[in-house]
Design a protein around this ligand. Structure first.
Ligand SMILES: [Zn+2]
Length: 613
């Protein structure tokens, strides 16, 4: 088999065969079909994604003696007529390919201007394909501009560039621009698969994935690597190991071992790992980049993406899925950050091996964060009841520094611990109205001004003994600045938790309560409003007001009279919607990534996508 011509043999001969650039090829084909081909095009995009290939196809199709109609009704070259043959073989005199990098002088362009005047010798159109056009000198550009201003009818220019910003605006404005995309790893893999099947090569899945990932969006690179490997291996099968050896890639095994070290904390294993990386002749920086990608993949799975979304070999996919719960998000992020840091430091480190060892020991010795979310779930607390399982900030805690005795007040759920109110304040003044007081209730109380906002963070030193806490002083929680009172904001935040609390006693009642919205807090009462659509829920809650009142006291640690109303609810006061578990994880993931632009970029590179998106 003539492996040397593989990449050329698989070069697309029709628009339909161009991989991953349908947005360009279709537009071009439509223009050809309508006879509206422009005089000058500029193709921009990363290297190796098909710009020159598409330029040649365009040249072929406009010159083809016998254009065909592709399966989608769009024109394609016949690849059979003399014009097609000459262009495919590179023998067409009227298709002039110029490399901007080596023909950047003004003289070259002047020569071009001379020849462009003459009509084509055998083809309909004389086509100039200038690759890396941004390399032209300023004077060369100026000379080119003259030609572009009044191009002869028989001439057509196709420029290609990887650096569009270096092309003068005067030139750009005379060209139709097409942006070529980086080709996704998935598409590159598909193409590799096609070639492997077509040429009956022995290349296993792991090897194909490794080649596709290494190509980083450039199909041409993938094909040339494949070409080389076939040349090295002859008839021997190409395995993942062969590819890794040839390209100096690090196997996923090393990365899984790294996260294992983080989970088990074994220093000895950490050092062995550092040795394995160095001993394998791997570039420590390559390892560190790979490690960041590895933790990102795990974070993605944890954030609710399916393992099938990962572009890794089947075997690894399973492994990722199995290992995703071994470490908390925070730990994974820390590992990733340390790896990024170390990557920076390695740039001028004298002894990269020592750096690597230090990093791995650090990973082994880190204090693992408790995945509070998972912990709570294992305790049977539903996701809706907790918010951010992040440690409470010192600013928030400062105001709660009170003797434990004073904190007994708040019982409630383990997490949504709210400030409690002294019960002396509770019965001060019962509200006047009860139930159906018509449709226009008093305007909702504005949210109180609080120094640090309401908090729903857990308080680890909370004692859980006080059921009734009459006579206890308020806790002085930061969210209840005034008189240590539970605010409407607090109640809204804890609302779903309260509904859960009610559900535990009577399921249907809890569900009914969810349709209501806490709309006002006044003295000793909390007003719950149901919109007219929820009349049924309203009635049910109304009938069981005592039960709700008791649950309220248990949950918020404060006695309030529960006033049920029926009427419209302002948009801002609508009942809090219950978030799905996935939504929560996703939000949290977004939050974690907020200050990490580099990681965002990496996510795009890895083509990590959340479910269904
Ligand atoms: Zn043809």
């Amino acid at each position: 088999m003539s492996y040397r011509v593989m990449a050329r043999r698989w070069r697309p001969q029709t628009f339909a065969e161009v991989v991953g650039q349908e947005h360009v090829t279709r537009t071009l084909q439509r223009a050809i079909a309508r006879g509206r081909v422009a005089h000058a095009y500029i193709f921009t995009g990363p290297r190796g994604v098909g710009k020159t290939t598409t330029a040649r196809l365009l040249a072929k199709t406009v010159n083809c003696h016998n254009p065909q109609t592709g399966s989608d009704g769009l024109p394609e070259p016949c690849n059979d007529c003399p014009a097609c043959d000459d262009i495919t073989s590179g023998n067409a005199l009227d298709v002039i390919e110029i490399d901007g990098a080596s023909n950047n002088r003004v003289d070259d362009v002047r020569q071009l201007r001379e020849t462009v005047k003459y009509t084509p010798t055998s083809l309909q159109k004389k086509i100039y394909i200038i690759d890396e056009v941004h390399m032209l000198s300023v004077s060369a550009f100026n000379a080119l501009l003259k030609t572009l201003e009044e191009p002869p009818d028989h001439a057509m220019f196709i420029f290609a560039t990887t650096e569009i910003h270096k092309v003068p605006a005067t030139v750009l404005s005379r060209c139709q621009r097409f942006d070529f995309k980086r080709i996704s790893t998935r598409e590159i893999r598909k193409q590799i698969e096609r070639i492997v099947a077509g040429d009956k090569l022995q290349v296993d899945e792991e090897a194909q994935v490794a080649i596709a990932l290494k190509a980083d969006g450039a199909l041409r690179d993938a094909l040339s690597v494949l070409d080389q490997l076939v040349a090295y291996q002859g008839d021997e099968p190409i395995t993942g190991e062969v590819v890794r050896q040839a390209l100096g890639l690090i196997g996923t095994e090393i990365y899984f071992r790294t996260t294992d070290v983080a989970a088990t904390g074994e220093i000895g294993e950490a050092l062995k790992l550092a040795e394995a990386i160095a001993g394998g002749g791997h570039d420590p920086r390559e390892y560190l980049r790979g490690l960041q990608q590895h933790v990102l993949r795990i974070l993605f799975l944890k954030a609710g993406a399916g393992a099938s979304e990962l572009d890794v070999a089947e075997e690894d996919r399973k492994r990722y899925d199995e290992s995703k719960d071994r470490l908390a998000d925070e730990d994974l992020l820390r590992i990733g950050e340390w790896a990024a840091e170390a990557e920076d430091l390695l740039r001028d480190a004298l002894d990269p091996q020592v750096r690597l060892e230090l990093l791995l020991v650090r990973i082994a010795r880190m204090d693992r964060a408790v995945d509070l979310g998972a912990l709570l779930e294992s305790m049977g607390v539903q996701p809706g009841q907790y918010q951010q399982p992040l440690p409470k900030s010192s600013a928030e805690t400062a105001s709660d520094r009170k003797p434990a005795a004073e904190k007994k007040a708040a019982k409630a759920s383990p997490v949504d611990v709210k400030s409690s109110e002294s019960s002396s304040a509770e019965e001060q003044k019962p509200p006047e109205d009860d139930g159906d007081d018509g449709d226009e209730g008093p305007p909702p109380e504005p949210p109180p001004k609080t120094p640090s906002g309401p908090t729903s963070s857990p308080e680890p030193d909370e004692e859980e003994d006080a059921e009734e806490n009459n006579g206890e002083a308020g806790t002085g929680d930061s969210s209840s600045a005034e008189n240590g009172q539970l605010t409407l904001v607090d109640v809204r935040e804890g609302w779903l938790g309260l509904c859960d609390e009610v559900s535990r006693e009577r399921r249907t009642l809890g569900v009914a309560l969810e349709a209501g919205a806490p709309t006002m807090m006044e003295n000793g009462a909390v007003e719950v409003t149901f919109e007219p659509d929820f009349r049924f829920d309203h009635d049910q809650v109304m009938r069981n007001r005592d039960l709700v009142t008791k649950a309220f006291r248990r949950y918020f640690g404060v006695s309030k009279r529960v006033v049920i109303r029926n009427g419209p609810v302002a948009e801002a006061l609508r009942p809090p919607r219950r978030k799905t578990h996935t939504e929560q994880r996703r939000e949290r993931f977004e939050e974690l990534l907020k200050d990490r632009p580099v990681w965002r970029e990496m996510i795009e590179r890895l083509e990590l996508k959340m479910n269904g998106k």
